[in-house]
Design a protein around this ligand. Sequence first.
Ligand code: 2PG
Ligand code: MG
Length: 447
Amino acid sequence: MKARHASAIASVVAWEALDSRGRPTVACRVQLGGGAVGRAIVPSGASTGAHEAVERRDGGERYDGWGVRSAISALTGELGPAVAGLDATDRALVDARLEEVDGTPDLARTGANAVLAVSLASGLAGAQALGRPLWHVLAAAEPGGAATGRTLLPMPMANIFSGGAHAAGAVDIQDVLAVPVGAESFAHALEIVARVRAATAAVLQRRGLSPALVADEGGLSAPMSDNEAAVGVVCEGIEAAGLRSGVDAAVAVDLAASQFGTAEGRYHLRCEDRELDRADWLARLAGWCERYPIVSLEDVLHEDDWSGWAEAVKVLPDHCQLLGDDLFATHVERVREGIDRRSANAVLVKPNQAGTLTRAEHVVREAQRAGLGTVVSARSGDTEDTWLADLAVGWRAGQIKVGSTMRSERTAKWNRLLELEHDLGRKAALAGPEVFGRSTSVSEVRT
Ligand code: 2PG
Ligand code: MG
């Protein structure tokens, strides 16, 4: 159905831009009949899950094969013309047309990077046509609507120390993050995690390690011969910052275990030169939970080890959130499977794993209906865009992960949340630490 009014899509243009790792990515601008404009640059991961929507890359010699000119041709040649004339305020309609034109479940034909660029830019243009910020438009579409209760600002998880694919394998595990569970406001939350980062840098320096090495998401990094030491150094940083461990600031860890484990349950720890089976690996993580104030563990096991995840729920402590990233790949069918199998109790939501705003929104709704936590997340290759912050607020996600407290592609999102907190004042509240507790849907497994 074509819309002949101010919110009808009038033009779609795209070009090749660079992400924060210096790799090409798709940028897109959508203009509507009434002049509203939406613009988006899509992010891209390094520890990419096997079940994600598939981004299209050129291959060949340009940018070592990472070019996206073919995705841009598909965007301007097919996707743009297909959505021309559609009402950009109807996100479901635009996204359904994009999926239909691509025609593949994982959006591999035109490229999920091309599809997401149009989906986001149209959504942003639609919001502008309505004269409202994206978060407000999304919140208004919530079952309860925007008017109910205070707007929820997400509890941040901030990257402090990186390993794995984000730091050339300095350790095997990917991210150790600080979670400011004692914060009274979003601004206070950021202040806490910035203090932890600075103090952790000083701890590294005292050990003769360079704090100048910055990983993909702005975190610190240094080669270590023991994975636990990466968790330990961040906990030391919390204390060195004069903060109460587990009270002011706690810890989250993204193991990204698909990167070094198998679906059969073998975990090869390169930096320790040892291999563990699933039971020993989970026992080790349970030990970490006893020794450190860990509130969230992400991708503890390989993405296709469903029965292992059900085991992890039993072995790891109740107070710790079990978060699925590669496990769910922001795919509604995988989230449903996880709910049926009681495999995790929180879902990481990355719009580019899904491929459209609508798909990502379905995942959030499905997870929230089942009582699972939701963590909106940036990618290791990200951009200066701020829409991710609006998604976290508009969807009442409760948690957000965007990397460290430095590097502009990261601070762009933090700064947008600071802006929203400033503007909303007492109409907004920071999500509390209760977002990390096991939901009944998973606790029931034990009873
Ligand atoms: C993750 C993300 C963000 P990447 O694994 O959670 O930290 O990393 O974008 O490389 O998949
Ligand atoms: Mg992850």
